[in-house]
Write a protein that binds this ligand. Sequence first.
Ligand code: PLP
Length: 404
Amino acid sequence: MATDSASACIRQTERFGAHNYQPLPVVIASGQGAWVLDVEGRRYLDCLAAYSALNFGHRHPALVAAAHAQLDRLTLTSRAFHNDRLGEFMERLATLAGTQMVLPMNTGAEAVESAIKVARTWGYRVKGVPTDRARIIVAANNFHGRTTTIVGFSSDPGARDGFGPFTPGFDTVLYGDAEALAAAITPETVAVLIEPIQGEAGVILPPEGYLAQVRRLTAEHGVLFIADEIQSGLGRTGATFECDNAGVRPDLYLLGKALGGGIVPVSAVVGESSVLGVLRPGEHGSTFGGNPLAAAVGIAVVDLLETGEYQSRARELGAVLGRRLEELVGAGVQSVRVRGMWAGVDIDPDLATGHRVCELLAERGVLAKETHGSTIRLAPPLVITAEEIDWAIDQLREVLAELS
Ligand SMILES: Cc1ncc(COP(=O)(O)O)c(C=O)c1O
């Protein structure tokens, strides 16, 4: 698939870049909506959407216009000063989430790290946990990012081995097991941190009612419920937040990826002022967090989400995706899990690895990514059409037939 100029780009990347990724041999040069073009002008349907950072597609006109307008005016101030976009962004985002305060950061991992700090200091200042004794409960098979604290509570050896020593203070329970969670809570527990759907683990949906049980248990024990909606949030699952689908409201939402409209990294911790209000000046920050360019794009993202259009597209077209994927069960696919426009597809491991299936899909013009082993993840931009979904699943069917 890699042509001469693509090969040159790949060689250069391999030669000068650290080898912390194993990308498919596709070199993308431009994109619009759900489609990208490689350096040779070959078209691919993007069914990964940068792990949900491109929920609104490549270069959504309203988002690009907001970024251009801001680029022409002001891009960075640092938080040493106020800027005239950040307040509006935070008010609009807090309102969208039906809550009060926002702590703006840049990447998803930073939002997670920030929430850990907030939860610990909330534990000491509000809950009365003795200094340095705070504990946070996390789920097995979680994925919350790549910093050392976060990989320290990962159960994936590939993410954690070789990077210790790790930060103490985390307890791991089985995902989806409310009894295990109840048993793990102690007076020193300050928070439960979970993904409402485990994306990297393979788009794993918890059992019905689990998130409501997490909410009930955390409320009963005076423990914060932190929902990492960095991948599940902002339209992907057919609602603004996956927690909406479950009818629960966490104490803190962690947002990232699509919050930056696929243009700039924007993340945030969003929640009640009784929790986020514990931070005092000088205790936390980031040079780029809350910059005016990020805020301008973030406001435009909130504008799009307020229409409800993307959430309903994810619901309606997600039903098409689910129906088409179900047809493949028994024909090279062992099982599928779908919520909104997000699917985990378990390929028969006797047939091929997920990586191999993604290579063959790319040869047919469909970009997707494996999670682990033989599971692939589909997360197309929410601007994709029903016809394009049909075409993508036809390509998957052909790939599976080829491999059988
Ligand atoms: C649920 C979840 N949390 C956190 C992160 C980390 O985000 P980032 O890669 O922007 O640091 C990810 C990234 O995939 C994620 O899926």
